[in-house]
Design a protein around this ligand. Structure first.
Ligand code: PEP
Ligand code: MN
Length: 357
């Protein structure tokens, strides 16, 4: 993808903050919130939903077009860039007509390639930044697909926003962070800026700082955090919105850790540790390879002597015995289970191949 670097069109500050209420509710609410946010240095963009996707139709579904007029006033008064969520051609046309600075596509829209394509087609030839939230379910391809559709339409100012994933069980989070998904996105599209939206991951105020710090430690470029002048009275997502003052405290608390320090002795200590890890990983792979070679030998022997591959009693004993050793060594039990199962599955797979030969 051809992607324009953030510093060329937004800021090179870290972290860049996008903030504002979940929904535009009234002119006063928007303006008061924005005036407080304007004084927080890292805040570069003011967000507000004017069309709200709600689970049930009887809930507040946004103020609609009038919200776009309020946003114009906000920009005039504060100098902040403005951003709204769009989910259809009509939304895009209205937002462009009202000179909104940035658009975002919400998690419920990103799941649908028809809708995303329709938005991308509407944006052909338009130079506007677009933020793409992760789809509701953890599918990195679907997320990249949406970004690609926009990119093919000529949108090169793109930001991916990690807002967590729907999980059918109740949990500590409103949306599971599943950090491995944004990490995979960064691996596959390294030039793409990625922000985190701790508000929608957390679903409540308590965890916003912790999630923000984690996102910054994972080298995300910025944060989208919902703020409201009176969070308890918010018409949508009241539990997760914070005041601009609370946002400021959170930003001040976040530590920005650098990849490399200027200090040479720190760098050389880290290099030494890394060298050690490299060596151990090589040994680990070597030992695993030796184990697999024996697995192949046994496979051939079983085949020649008509013995079944999987002998559940033997696997059960092995598993319990290895778990015991591992637990005594202080391994995390979940990790141990996954590791042992993975090794066993691969061994079975290899022996199945031998049987089929
Ligand atoms: C929002 O940002 O208010 C919103 C609706 O987000 P999401 O699409 O991530 O649920
Ligand atoms: Mn919201």
């Amino acid at each position: 993808m051809k992607i324009s670097p953030l510093k060329d069109w937004l800021s090179d500050e870290k972290p860049i903050i996008i903030s504002g209420p979940c929904s535009a509710e009234s002119f006063e609410q928007l303006m008061q919130t924005a005036i407080c946010l304007k004084d927080i240095e890292n805040v570069k963009v003011f967000r507000a939903g004017v069309w709200k996707p709600r689970t049930r139709p009887s809930k507040f579904e946004g103020v609609g077009d009038i919200g776009l007029e309020w946003l114009k006033e906000v920009r005039k008064e504060t100098g902040l860039k403005t951003a709204v969520e769009v989910a259809s051609q009509l939304h895009v046309e209205k937002a462009l007509k009202a000179n909104v600075d940035m658009l975002w596509i919400g998690a419920r829209t990103v799941v649908n390639p028809f809708l995303v394509q329709n938005i991308a087609d509407t944006l052909k030839g338009v130079d506007i930044p677009v933020m793409v939230k992760n789809p509701l379910h953890p599918d990195v391809d679907l997320w990249i697909g949406a970004l690609e559709r926009l990119n093919k339409s000529g949108i090169d100012k793109l930001i991916a926003i990690h807002r967590g994933f729907f999980f059918y069980k109740n949990h500590d989070y409103r949306n599971q962070p599943m950090w491995e998904i944004p990490i995979e996105l960064k691996r596959l599209v390294p030039e793409l800026p990625v922000f985190c939206d701790p508000s929608h991951i957390s679903g409540k105020r308590d965890n916003i700082f912790r999630i923000s710090q984690k996102a910054i430690d994972l080298e995300m470029d910025g944060l989208m955090i919902e703020t409201h002048i009176k969070p308890d009275e918010a018409l949508t997502d009241a539990n997760q919105q914070i005041t601009p003052k609370e946002l400021k405290n959170i930003i001040n608390k976040i530590s920005i850790r650098t990849k490399r320090k200027e200090n040479e002795s720190i760098n050389s200590t880290i290099d030494k540790f890394r060298l050690e890890i490299d060596k151990l990983d090589a040994e680990l792979l070597d030992i695993l390879q030796k184990r697999m070679n024996i697995v192949d030998e046994i496979g051939k022997y079983k085949k020649n002597n008509d013995i079944t591959i999987l002998q559940i009693e033997r696997w059960r004993e092995m598993y319990l015995q290895r778990m015991d050793i591992g637990k005594n060594m202080g391994y995390n039990v979940d990790f141990l289970k996954k590791l042992l199962k993975l090794i066993h599955q691969e061994s079975i797979r290899r022996q199945e191949n031998i049987f089929e030969e």
